[in-house]
Ligand binder design. Structure first.
Ligand code: CP
Ligand code: NVA
Length: 330
């Protein structure tokens, strides 16, 4: 059946069928080939998009900007301090104003409810650039990267180590479950994803041929994995007070040489970035000084190893976001 997602929002992968995700991945591959060949693709000339960020960003912002320019569009960036949203104007009013001027709206913020509300009132497609619960555009980049490296998605063994109930843990569980990948959350029980979402993921996995496993056991969780994936231990918006407890809980779940050695010899290391793999960042240096942890969720050795594909993922943010913009606006 032909896929048509024109006019749709892109708020979470739960709203998309495997066939629609497949379509977006194939479209992204085409855009990547065009970009590499230097073939112009200004298919959306005359359209304009706005990027609303209530949290900081490097990859997501730049990916939306470059994708927009490559497609021939005008792009406006609004940072947390430079719009009325939230402080002087409600989400509903902001959505109705921006929807009158722009053809599409990207939003990065706190609760998923906010982006859903924006979408309800905007009248134009809204794309979720990360909330506390989900990070759907990152999922497309990660799926594309795995497919490029392994030649397929179905049947891969994927292990996520870290805070498995944050936006990345939730999103990766759903993405894997939809695409027939065997997903394992390897984390302390306190940081397992919410039971309701796990049930949904298990139902999706039953349809796709994948599976969903939660384990506290690092050896069992990493054994024969095709991918070890991790994320920062404390996410944007969380208070500094959680660092101590999070380090205590997650230190055993660091992706290090031993974890990689327990995975398949062909295993890849993946990370959405940014990453605390050394002390060359302000926060990395502060945490090292305060808690004696110079490398956090991944060791520098693994991060810099040939098995690490983190910068391929970062590049693929742009190609996949371009596919989302094009498919929902064209
Ligand atoms: N991975 C990701 O979303 O990166 P940014 O926070 O830099 O956008
Ligand atoms: N869990 C991280 C993801 C960053 C891309 C955060 O929300 O800060």
């Amino acid at each position: 059946m032909p896929v048509n997602i024109r006019g749709r929002h892109f708020l979470k992968l739960l709203d998309y069928s495997p066939a629609e995700i497949r379509y977006l991945l194939d479209l992204a591959k085409n855009f990547k080939a065009m970009k590499r060949a230097g073939t112009p693709h200004k298919y959306l000339e005359g359209k304009n998009i706005v990027l609303l960020f209530e949290k900081t960003s490097t990859r997501t912002r730049c990916a939306f900007e470059v994708a927009g320019y490559d497609l021939g569009m005008g792009v406006t960036y609004l940072d947390p301090g430079s719009s009325q949203m939230g402080k002087k104007e409600s989400i509903a009013d902001t959505a109705r104003v921006l929807g009158r001027m722009y053809d599409g709206i990207e939003y990065r913020g706190f609760s998923q409810d906010l982006v859903e509300e924006l979408a309800k009132y905007a009248g134009v497609p809204v794309w979720n650039g990360l909330t506390d619960q989900f990070h759907p555009t990152q999922m497309l980049a990660d799926l594309l990267t795995m497919e490029e490296k392994f030649g397929c998605l179905k049947g891969l063994k994927f292990t996520y180590m870290g805070d498995a109930r944050n936006n990345m843990g939730n999103s990766l569980m759903i993405a894997c479950a939809k695409m027939g990948i065997h997903f394992t959350a390897c984390a302390p029980r306190e940081l397992f994803p919410a039971a309701g979402l796990v049930e949904t993921a298990k139902e999706l996995a039953a349809e796709s041929g994948g599976s969903v496993t939660l384990t506290e056991d690092v050896s069992a969780g990493t054994r024969d994995a095709d991918v070890l994936y991790t994320d920062i231990w404390v996410s944007m918006g969380e208070p500094d007070e959680v660092w101590e407890e999070r380090i205590r809980l997650l230190r055993p779940y660091q992706v290090n040489a031993a974890a990689m050695a327990n995975a398949r010899p062909t295993a890849l290391f993946m990370h959405c970035l940014p990453s605390f793999h050394d002390t060359r960042t302000t926060i990395g240096a502060e945490i090292a000084e305060k808690f004696g942890v110079p490398e956090m969720e991944v060791t520098d050795e693994v991060f810099e190893s040939p098995q690490s594909v983190v910068f391929d993922e970062a590049e693929n943010r742009m190609h996949t976001i371009k596919a989302v913009i094009y498919a929902t606006l064209c």
